[in-house]
Write a protein that binds this ligand. Structure first.
Ligand SMILES: [Zn+2]
Length: 96
């Protein structure tokens, strides 16, 4: 086992000493068929408890939301338009 990989108290999650190791491992995991088929995406994050790096899995949609600014803006615009339409329809007593 890699010496950088250990079970670190107090959070008892598998931890990595630096972000680079954790990111490399997350990319390996993301290439696995099981992970792909479930639409999961692992990423490294710095733990506020032990200051090491752990991996966390995210739904693909959430990963995209976090990583893709254009996608985020698009969803915000769509939500805005929906709210405006609902407001307009209410104000003018139009049934949707
Ligand atoms: Zn931790």
């Amino acid at each position: 086992m890699d010496v950088s990989l250990n079970i670190h108290p107090p959070c008892k999650k598998v931890s990595f000493d630096n972000k680079q190791f954790a990111t490399v491992r997350s990319k390996e995991i993301n290439q696995e068929d099981d992970v792909k088929s479930q639409g999961l995406h692992f990423r490294a994050y710095r733990c506020p408890v032990c200051s090491k790096y752990h991996l966390t899995k995210m739904e693909m949609a959430l990963a995209r939301w976090i990583n893709d600014i254009a996608y985020r803006n698009q969803l915000r615009e769509e939500a805005f338009v929906r709210r405006e339409v609902a407001y307009y329809n209410r104000r003018n007593r139009i049934r949707e």
